[in-house]
Design a protein around this ligand. Sequence first.
Ligand SMILES: [Zn+2]
Length: 222
Amino acid sequence: MATRKSFDEKSKGMHKSRKLIIDTVFGREDNTQRVFGYEKEAEKKREVGERWVDSEGKEWEQKEGYITNITKMDDVREYLKKLTTCKGEDCKTIQYSSADKKLIVKTGLCATCLAKLETKLRDDGTFPFYEDYKITLNKLSYIRDLKQQYEENLKNLKDHFEIVNENGTISKWEWQVDIEKVRQDLKNDIDGAYDAIELLLQRKVALESKLREMNHSELIKN
Ligand SMILES: [Zn+2]
């Protein structure tokens, strides 16, 4: 169902003088200068740096010449903080080293917590499967990139290329290769990549069920 249009919306396309008449009849002020939807907030003059909460509970801050939504920025900050904070349950690392930071982005854990986890996995026999799983995921993303590159090359495959010279003339270069053979080689490589991806995916699924079986579903990456 369409929502009822407000007067401001309806009068947007209205001729200026007609709008003035209606506004005068109904005692309206000219409010075309206001920001639509933020009339209440825009009415008040704010100092730069001033913060307030609107009727929907969103927090705003007056900047030099514009307003910004604090709530939204906080969400982003919160998200970034999550990505750069160690997920270790009893993490005691106060200051992250640059190695810690890299590891947190990659594994979710700082060096100390990762070492602790790996010791635990060695003790309960999960480590070889965990290690295999990590390698399988790496190979998978490597082969996927490679396949994409091959496909890109195949798409852009030409038996010549042209260069526009400084004086506007065009130089044409031709490859002294059998273009059909190159195309076929690339197609074979892409087929090979597909096969490898399929095998790696099977291995990934098998390792994931093994990790689940060993009560380590937390190690499974989506
Ligand atoms: Zn930690």
